[in-house]
Design a protein around this ligand. Structure first.
Ligand code: UD1
Length: 380
């Protein structure tokens, strides 16, 4: 395998994948539309050795042209805001689901011969993570918490049988996919379409179910992006990170350099072909702990502390962290970067980067649409 098409290769994750592949001797073609929500301009970190094509993943002719000349695809181009997807429904389905459908359509009809197709999926496809009820002594796969429960300030997942509180356990790939936001549904559809077309035309497809990715090149100005970038821009602008719920919800934070490496392994290891694989660290971290750690690393601990809002976002899950054993088994992959090392890398890049804090306007917009609600109205 020589040339890989990396869609979204100018973005946060894609650009790290491009560097990793070039460092390991691959030729890379990037397809990226420089989405203005993420980029003001061409980013300065673009790898000089890659070939860049500025265009849209929905452009059929362009796709046909590019796919003819590559041996493999690493597909990252995507809209990524969970909340935003609930009111930009058409746009999310168009870019994520239809963009991927079009690529698969070209592959099927133009008889494109690919040695590998890697699709960026997400743990969001699971909906809630996996839990255990200590009273019933049973595993549980609960649905999202309903609004009445959240309005009563009961943040924990409760057992449908005994009403007791559930404990989060590592989520395995066999967990049902109960996607419950348009973004999550689009990721699930991307994953399933790629695996299905791969089976039909003998193309080895690997779906990587990323947990929460963080690191340098996250779009700090984008208020619809992940929590590490949002908190970074709040802290840099001397404003407290806002914690939804009680701040004790957890996520599995994985550094982008580990994600770049797993993408290369997914192109190289045969055992993962035809499978969807979790890519996480297997370690949960609470959002409060994350906020405190970031404040400390930006050197603002004397001035700032996280603010619990008791607000909640529609579609948010409470806990989800990945069982990492399948990735170890079929991709020979284990996350290597600790949260301490990873946050150090994010912050040393973040202090040098511009960051306008756009969260107030974005959160007010989401509030207006009923996508952020609260026990008390939080003043912005
Ligand atoms: C994130 C990504 C999604 C990706 C998934 C798995 C975004 C917007 N979402 O979803 O694309 O597929 O991980 O990799 O990048 N929180 C606060 N205050 C804030 C912002 C968030 O308390 O200002 C909390 C949220 O309530 C949530 C947690 O932080 O509990 C994580 O939120 P977020 O970073 O948006 O990620 P996910 O929804 O997990």
């Amino acid at each position: 395998m020589k040339r890989v098409l990396v869609t979204g290769g100018a973005g946060f994750v894609g650009s790290h994948v491009v560097d990793e592949l070039i460092n390991h001797g691959y030729d890379v073609t990037v397809l990226d539309n420089l989405d203005e929500q993420v980029h003001d301009d061409e980013p300065d970190y673009l790898n000089d050795v890659a070939e860049y094509v500025w265009g849209d993943v929905r452009d059929r002719e362009l796709l046909a042209d590019l796919l003819e000349s590559v041996d493999a695809v690493s597909h990252h181009a995507s809209k990524v805001g969970v909340g935003q997807s609930m009111y930009e429904v058409e746009e999310y389905v168009d870019v994520n689901t239809l963009g991927t459908a079009r690529m698969l359509d070209v592959i099927a009809n133009e008889k494109i011969d690919l040695e590998r197709f890697v699709i960026a999926s997400s743990m969001s496809a699971y909906g809630e993570g996996e839990y255990y009820c200590g009273t019933c002594e049973e595993r549980r796969f609960p649905p999202l918490r309903d609004v009445e429960q959240l309005e009563a300030g009961e943040w924990q997942l409760l057992c449908a049988e005994c009403d007791g509180r559930l404990d989060a356990v590592p989520t395995t790939e066999s967990n049902p996919l109960e996607s419950d936001s348009i973004y999550a549904i689009s990721k699930k559809s991307q994953e399933e379409m790629c695996l299905s077309v791969g089976r039909a035309y003998d193309i080895p497809v690997v779906a990587l179910r990323y947990f929460n990715i963080y690191g340098s090149r996250q779009a700090l100005d984008n208020p619809y992006t992940g929590v590490c970038a949002i908190f970074s821009s709040r802290i840099k602008n001397d404003r407290p990170p806002l914690l939804f719920e009680d701040g004790e919800q957890t996520r599995d934070f994985i550094h982008v350099s580990d994600i770049a490496r797993v993408n290369r392994l997914a192109l190289e290891k045969d055992a993962a072909a035809g499978r969807a694989v979790n890519v996480g660290t297997g370690e949960p971290t609470s959002i409060t702990e994350l906020a405190e750690e970031l404040i400390r690393r930006y050197g603002k601990e004397d001035d700032l502390s996280p603010e619990v809002t008791e607000e909640f976002r529609s579609g948010d899950i409470r806990h989800c962290y990945g069982d990492a054993s399948l990735a170890a088994e079929c991709l020979d992959f284990e996350a290597e970067v600790s949260l301490e090392e990873g946050l150090e890398e994010l912050v040393s890049w973040g202090v040098e980067s511009d960051a306008t804090d756009n969260t107030d306007a974005a959160y007010s917009e989401m509030e207006e649409k009923g996508l952020i609600r609260g026990l008390t109205r939080h003043r912005r």
